[in-house]
Structures are given as structure tokens and as C-alpha cells.
Design a protein around this ligand. Sequence first.
Ligand code: CP
Ligand code: NVA
Length: 310
Amino acid sequence: MSHFISLDDWSDKNLRGLLRLAQRLKADYMAGGNDPILAGKILALVFEKPSLRTRVSYEIGMMHLGGKSLSLSPAEIGLGKRETVADVARVLSGYVDGVMARVFDHNSLLELAEHGSIPIINGLSDTHHPSQAIADALTILEAFDNPTGRTLTYVGDGNNVARSLLILSAVLGLNVRIAAPEGYHLSEEEMDLISERAERNGATFAPYVDPIEAVTGSDIVYTDVWTSMGQEAETAKRLQVFPPYQLNLDLMQHANADAVIMHCLPAHRGEEITDAAADAPNSLLFPQAHNRLHAQKAVLAHLLGGAVLE
Ligand code: CP
Ligand code: NVA
């Protein structure tokens, strides 16, 4: 049985297959609707943190494919608090056909997978956000006829979104860069994993501290919040460190002329991104959000419906 917990577990070939499936499902949906390949299937959505896009895209994705879903809030489940993660996994395995979970500790997803008997989908953990990365890759494939050889630069905190985005961007053959302050970069081990994927796909990876140097020559400039959910105690400190990394129109002056702007949302407008950048004609923020639906449907169609990756 497969899970969708971290892109590190997925081969380049299967990730490309998942993206093609998302493109096919989107085209079918636009042409009049999808076959009800998940009829009779039920997905449980478990949340330890708030969500708009993840909850709505997975719930509507299930509806489009003929299945049903139910969302369980932190107060209802108390993952690891009211009862152990292992027992939650064992119980849900008898009721539903898959679990999408948004958790603090990434290990909770691994435990759900170990003790349950149904596919587990990562709807964001403290270290990974693969559901977002699939939607971002789909958006990049729509924005550029052939993204191979283009350069994507992530500016800001080396967080869950950055980790998954950079892996999948390397699979697309994009040259990937990250500009982050000292102490906020991905780990050496994570950077090695990105470098390996990039090299295998004829691309490069480079970390920077200077955002202007990193953005120079870039085709895609991506950012995310400086303080992720769960890091609220560090907000004041982070607000001191990150302002030079703001994605604004001055920074975009250093990117290539046809460069696009990306952000996973929710945005803290005025912090990591200005209104002028978020709402610019070359901003892809809302296409990214809308592509969550098609990306999540591909994950569901494969894991719950057996759709083949080709
Ligand atoms: N981008 C994203 O995951 O949004 P939500 O937190 O609203 O789900
Ligand atoms: N890095 C952000 C992403 C939210 C979708 C967080 O974890 O809060």
C-alpha cells in the first residue's frame, strides 16, 4: 500500500506520473466532469492546525470523484492526547478508506501509517507539505511551455513548504535556489537530497544568504510566511531577521523579465510579501490555490482509487 507522506519516498518517475494524472483529471473536469472512481470511498481529514485550502480541496476533491469525506477538528480527535496516534490509526482503519492528516510532528504521520491499514496523506506537517508541492508543480507546468532549465528561487524561511517545493522543482528539471538568513536554511542532509534530484534531472541546486543575488536571473520567485503555524512564540525574533527577504517589486526587479511570483497562502501581506507583489499581473497565487483541487484529486485517485501512474 502506498502513502503520500513525504516526496522523499516517491521516485521521480512516480512524481511525474502523479503530475500527469493531475493534468488529466483537471482536463476531464474542465470538459464536463470526472468519472466517479471513488464512489463508496470515504476519506477522514484530521486537523491539528487550521486550514482553508487543504480542507476544502480534499473535501471537494472527494465529492468530484464520487466519494465522501468527514473533517475532524483538533478538539474532536486529540491526536496523541486523548488517545495514542497508534490507536487513532487502528480505529480509523475500520471506518474509512484513507486519512489525510495535518499535524505538528511529522512522526505522527509515520505512526498513522505504521499502525493503520489504509493510505495516509500528508496535509502539512512541521517539516513537509507535499500536497502543496504537487499543486505548485502543476501551476509551473501551466505557466511555462517547458520549465526545464528555468530557475526557481525560494526566498525566506527554509520550512515545510520550501522542503517539498524544492524537491519537486528539481524533479521538473528546474534549477533551484533558496535564499534564507543564517540559521533558517534547510539542513545539509536535506540540501543533499535536493542536489541529488537536481543533478539526476540535469539541473542545479544552490543555497544563498543574499536574496538579491539569489533572485538575479530567476524565472520563478516563491515565498512563504516567516512564522509557520506552531512557531508563534518566535514571531518577534523572526520579524527582526526576515525583512530583507520580503518578496516585493524591488526584489522582482532583479528577476528575469517574464518572472512569476508564487506563494502557497495564507499570506501575511506586508510581511513576507507586499500587496503589490501578491496582486501583480505576474502573480500565480490564486492559480496555485485553485490547482490544489486538481493536485489533491490525483493523490486521491491514485491512493484510494488505484489510478495508475504513467
Ligand atoms: N496552503 C495551504 O496549505 O493552505 P491552508 O493552510 O489554508 O490549507
Ligand atoms: N509554512 C506554513 C504553510 C501554511 C500552509 C505553515 O506551516 O504555517
